[in-house]
Design a protein around this ligand. Sequence first.
Ligand SMILES: CC(C)(COP(=O)(O)OP(=O)(O)OC[C@H]1O[C@@H](n2cnc3c(N)ncnc32)[C@H](O)[C@@H]1OP(=O)(O)O)[C@@H](O)C(=O)NCCC(=O)NCCS
Length: 116
Amino acid sequence: MVGYAYAVLFRKRPAYRYTAKHSIYVHHAHLGRGVGRLLLQELVDVCAAAGFRQMIGYIDADNAPSLALHEKFGFARAGLLCGVAYRHGRWSDTVMVQRSLGAGATAPPPATAPGR
Ligand SMILES: CC(C)(COP(=O)(O)OP(=O)(O)OC[C@H]1O[C@@H](n2cnc3c(N)ncnc32)[C@H](O)[C@@H]1OP(=O)(O)O)[C@@H](O)C(=O)NCCC(=O)NCCS
């Protein structure tokens, strides 16, 4: 396996059923070869086709590769969560990124929610 990506419901409460939260990981031996770009494009396409209207990602503020990748795919920085992670002996901030899919919030959702 060279990498994987997945999306889950952003929150379990029904009102959030059109918003997905995603993660993407590429094996360290395969970084910088376009795998992340392929995975994220596929994930965006699959989430849009499933009827999701928003995608949310949480990225460590020091993770320049992931921030750059998401920026290329149209994700905007939607918020900064300060000191929410503790690793390698220090606190880290997390950037919340977001992009819309399809009509986003400009039109009502379809009658059937994603995954139903
Ligand atoms: C973020 C990650 C998925 C990128 O995967 P990748 O296969 O190395 O990325 P790609 O080769 O497809 O590069 C796509 C874009 O990402 C950005 N990018 C990738 N590596 C980068 C680096 N070292 N520095 C800056 N930008 C980088 C660039 O914008 C790049 O576009 P370009 O090639 O046109 O310059 C990968 O670094 C990773 O898995 N990191 C560890 C896990 C992680 O942080 N996941 C994200 C949690 S939200």
